[in-house]
Design a protein around this ligand. Structure first.
Ligand code: NAD
Length: 302
């Protein structure tokens, strides 16, 4: 068997074309075009590239983006004050804080300062809760992109054995929840999982997001499985690779995503989709009822 290679660049391009149409409709009705605020703390080179790519993608589809750079030694309160100003700014529909933040920052505190109504990365506790009970407004972009790829290829999820390798808050856990909502039988593996292969070999659909090159070898994959490689790793010679032995696994799988050109382009496209969805919600006055929700309340330690 030779796997069909899922072309994330092509699927992302079609999603961006839909984004342009949705923005044209917003503007045609006299609405404010969607706006995304991007906050970058420090000068991490990879983060600089990610932020530039996100802003370029915004410009391509007609989203206005606003960049806020802070030095690495900025006081956390200054960033919190900046986010609160953006929460109140009517031309901003999405707020994104580029991670990682410098180690002195309380990431959870920063993320819960972002209004749940502008949380286009889907990391706010309110949106995470929505993901657990179903019907979240802003699904986190990377697993949302994986889901779109599976749906684009018309790969059925109901009743399928799905194994997610990686249990981070950004990729693995939300991915597992989303797939559960589609009635898949989901197992989550992580760095402490004993004998990873005994789980992966059972997968009809294997989603890998561990950040370890060559973690998944052909003998760990069932013939005909769908393999989605979220990992991004740079090898010593500067090449980008995923977590899956692409050449070997492609001979056994029915579908596989390449790295680069698979999940990566989808992540940014889903950020655009969430920002547009947020703008449309604001136009419909369809915001969360957070009357009794106090995002700044500190949770007492037991
Ligand atoms: P993370 O470091 O926060 O989490 C990694 C997860 O993998 C953890 O749950 C860990 O327990 C698990 N893990 C690590 N080693 C393992 C092993 N040997 N066996 C089984 N599980 C193992 O990383 P993350 O933010 O979730 O990202 C994971 C990977 O996905 C990274 O390579 C990252 O660059 C990539 N990523 C790609 C995109 C994209 O758009 N394509 C987006 C986000 C992350």
């Amino acid at each position: 068997m030779t796997a069909k290679i899922i072309d994330g660049i092509a699927v992302a391009a079609s999603i961006r074309a839909e984004c342009r149409d949705r923005i044209a409709q917003i503007v045609a009705k006299g609405g404010t075009p969607p706006g995304l605020a991007v906050i970058l703390v420090g000068s991490d080179p990879a983060s600089q590239v990610y932020v530039r790519n996100k802003m370029r993608a915004c410009a391509e589809v007609g989203i206005r983006s606003y960049r806020f750079d802070y030095p690495a030694d900025v006081d956390q309160q200054t960033v919190i004050d900046g986010i609160e100003e953006l929460n109140a700014d009517p031309k901003v529909h999405g707020i994104l804080v580029q991670l990682p933040l410098p180690p002195s920052f309380d990431i959870a505190r920063i993320l819960r300062t972002i209004s749940a109504d502008k949380d286009v990365d889907g990391f706010h506790l309110y949106n995470v809760g929505g993901l657990v009970v179903g019907g979240t407004v802003f699904p986190p972009c990377t697993p949302y992109g994986v889901l779109k790829l599976l749906q684009h290829e018309k790969i059925p999820l109901e009743g399928k054995n799905v194994v997610v390798v990686g249990a981070s808050n950004i990729v693995g856990k939300p991915m597992a929840l989303m797939l559960m909502h589609h009635e898949a039988t989901v197992s989550i593996c992580h760095a402490k999982t004993k004998d990873l292969a005994q789980f992966t070999i059972l997968a009809d659909i294997l989603v890998v997001a561990a950040g370890k090159p060559n973690l998944i070898l052909p003998q760990m994959v069932r013939t005909g499985a769908v393999v989605i490689d979220v990992g991004i790793n740079r090898t010593a010679d500067g090449k980008l690779v995923g977590d899956v032995d692409f050449e070997g696994v492609a001979k056994k799988a029915s579908y596989i995503t390449p790295v680069p050109g698979g999940v990566g382009p989808m992540t940014v496209s889903m950020l655009l989709v969430n920002t547009i969805a947020s703008c449309e919600r604001w136009q419909r006055h369809e915001l969360f009822d957070l009357t009794n929700y106090r995002p700044r309340l500190e949770i007492a330690q037991p």
